[in-house]
Structure formats: structure tokens, C-alpha cells
Design a protein around this ligand. Structure first.
Ligand code: ADP
Length: 309
């Protein structure tokens, strides 16, 4: 069975149903990717979530949720001083959604500090893939970021494939220069990159997906998938570029986790031996299903109706 380590934050999500009534779930970019990857690949992959939670009841529920999704929680460390981050999705009278976050002191920020105290690199090996995002990087202290890059180098030396999605969130970085410097380091260590064109437009001033491809090729990334919403993706692997279209949908309901679900589908395809193009086709079908539904994670029943198509 292939081993995948997914590093980052899972938060408590409060989704407004009607005035002052909220549905509680768990979500976060890398968690969403882990769920869709595991659901797609079923028993062939063991996905270990590397993160931290607190010692409170909500943290227990978060771990129970990981286990319900058949994700391995053995690398989720417990902080005695912090709790999971939280965000609320509110909808105004015009149907516009807005997000408010409480994550500045979340337990996930301590993940690597706790890993250094209580865990060991041996617990991560052997592994096939280490997956992380720009959000996983953004929430760390500068010292922990340096440690993460050293850890990734060590994993690479042990044959682990490194996969990175920048998922740029300006509010999580003190300034764009620091963010670019960290993303450049992350890309330079990555075997597979899954950037969104929109992120690169804002952060690097890229105009087209081809610009992003050229930039990441220069940094030495061997497999690149540039996502561009309904315009599909521009991919690159084995020295050749290719296009793969999005799957049109009748009505977009909620684009939350479009990119995360695409990544989960793409990873599961690649780890199960599909080509980059076939993996893009599966991932696009999955992401199009996700944007037709509310919330980051579709229910298991909805997912079954997707897989049975
Ligand atoms: P990111 O959030 O990482 O920038 P995108 O917004 O490009 O990701 O979306 C990822 C994938 O989700 C796209 O490549 C496409 O397959 C699918 N997708 C996103 N928006 C739509 C849409 N409106 N219709 C159909 N598919 C979509």
C-alpha cells in the first residue's frame, strides 16, 4: 500500500444555514485534498495527516472525523495550550458568502514544534508522497519553515515525492516578498506542483498558464498542473505540455474546494498508475461535481453517486 503524508491544518467550519443557525463541519485545504484523495483511491493508499490539535472535545471530534474518512491520525499531535482554528461562512441578504477566520493561535501552527519534540523522521518513512500547501507554510513560524524545508530535503533523499499547491492567501503572509521567497523554495523542492493561475496572477503578475509553466520549469519542477477554473488545465510532464479541459457544469453552486478536490483526484490517479492526462480528466470530473454542491466536502452519499456515474 502506498504511503502519503499530508501536512497542514484542518479547521472547525461553521456554515450558516439560516440566521444564527450553523452547521458544524471540519475543513481546510490539505484536509479537503486528503479526503477526496482517500475516497477516490479507497484501500490502495494510506494517507497520514501530519498536524496538531488540542486536548479539548472539539479536537477529539476532529480526530474522530479523520478516522471516519479513513485517514491515518497517528501524526496528529496534541497541544496542551491551543485548540483547532475556526472559520464561519456567512451569507448576506444578497446570497453573497463571506468568510471570517479565528486561526491566529490555532494548534496546527505548533504542528512541527510538537513533531520535533514528540515525533521522529523515522515515523514518516517509508513514504511515497509528502503533500503540503502555501497555507501549511504560511501558518508556521520562520524557524519551523526552515525546519520544514530541511525535513523535505531529507524526505527527498529518501525517495519521497514532494507535491506542492501554493494556495496563496495574502492575509496569512506579512508581505508578498516573503511569501514569494518561500514559494520559490517550495517549488524548487517539488516533484509535482499544482498551482492555480489566479494565485500566480496576484502574486507573480503572470498573465497566462504558459507563463506559470515556464516559471516553474525554470525552478526545475518536472510535473506541473496549472489550474484555471472552467478554462481547464495546462499540464507538463515527461518534457511535454498538454491541455485538459474542465468538465462543464449546468449550475455552479459553490466553488469552495474546487482546487483541493482536483488535487485529491489528481494525486489518487497518479498514485494508482494513471497518466497525467487521465488523472487530470478524473480530477476535472470530480472538481466539477464538487462545485455543483455546497461546502468543501460533499457527503459520502453524494460522493458515491459521483463514483457510480
Ligand atoms: P484553484 O482554486 O486551485 O485555483 P481552480 O479554480 O482552477 O483551482 O479549479 C480547479 C479545477 O476545478 C479546475 O481545473 C476545473 O477542473 C474545476 N472547476 C473550477 N471551476 C469550475 C467551473 N466553474 N466549472 C467546471 N469546473 C470547474
Amino acid at each position: 500500500m502506498k504511503q502519503v503524508i499530508i501536512f497542514g491544518e484542518c479547521m472547525v467550519e461553521l456554515f450558516q444555514l439560516v440566521d444564527n443557525v450553523y452547521h458544524q463541519a471540519f475543513a481546510g485545504d490539505v484536509y479537503n485534498t486528503a479526503v477526496y484523495c482517500k475516497r477516490s483511491a479507497a484501500q490502495q493508499l494510506n494517507l497520514k495527516f501530519l498536524s496538531a490539535v488540542g486536548t479539548d472535545l472539539v479536537s477529539d471530534k476532529l480526530i474522530a472525523q479523520l478516522e471516519q474518512e479513513k485517514l491515518d491520525s497517528s501524526l496528529v499531535f496534541r497541544s496542551k495550550t491551543a485548540r483547532p482554528g475556526l472559520y464561519m461562512i456567512n451569507t448576506d441578504c444578497f446570497g453573497e458568502r463571506s468568510f471570517v477566520y479565528w486561526r491566529d493561535s490555532s494548534a496546527a501552527k505548533q504542528s512541527l514544534a510538537l513533531f520535533r519534540q514528540q515525533g521522529s523522521v523515522a515515523q514518516l518513512l517509508p513514504a511515497d508522497v509528502f503533500y503540503f500547501s502555501g497555507i501549511s507554510l504560511a501558518i508556521l513560524s520562520p524557524e519551523d519553515r526552515t525546519y520544514l524545508f530541511d525535513l523535505i530535503k531529507e524526505l527527498k533523499q529518501n525517495g519521497v515525492q514532494i507535491v506542492f499547491d501554493p494556495n496563496y492567501r495574502p492575509a496569512l503572509w506579512p508581505d508578498a516578498d516573503l511569501c514569494r521567497a518561500n514559494f520559490d523554495k517550495a517549488y524548487a523542492l517539488s516533484d509535482l506542483a499544482l498551482p492555480g493561475l489566479d494565485d500566480h496572477k496576484v502574486l507573480y503578475g503572470s498573465a497566462t498558464a504558459a507563463d506559470v509553466l515556464a516559471q516553474l520549469q525554470k525552478l526545475g519542477v518536472k510535473e506541473i498542473i496549472v489550474k484555471n477554473g472552467p478554462a481547464g488545465v495546462l499540464g507538463y510532464s515527461d518534457g511535454k505540455s498538454f491541455q485538459s479541459p474542465a468538465v462543464p457544469v449546468k449550475k455552479v453552486i459553490d466553488t469552495t474546494a474546487a482546487g483541493d478536490s482536483f488535487n485529491g483526484g489528481y494525486l489518487s490517479g497518479r498514485l494508482n498508475g494513471l497518466s497525467p492526462l487521465a488523472s487530470c480528466q478524473y480530477a476535472a470530473a470530480l472538481a466539477s461535481f464538487v462545485v455543483e454542491h455546497t461546502g468543501a466536502i460533499v457527503s459520502k452519499e453524494q460522493f458515491r453517486s459521483f463514483s457510480g456515474r
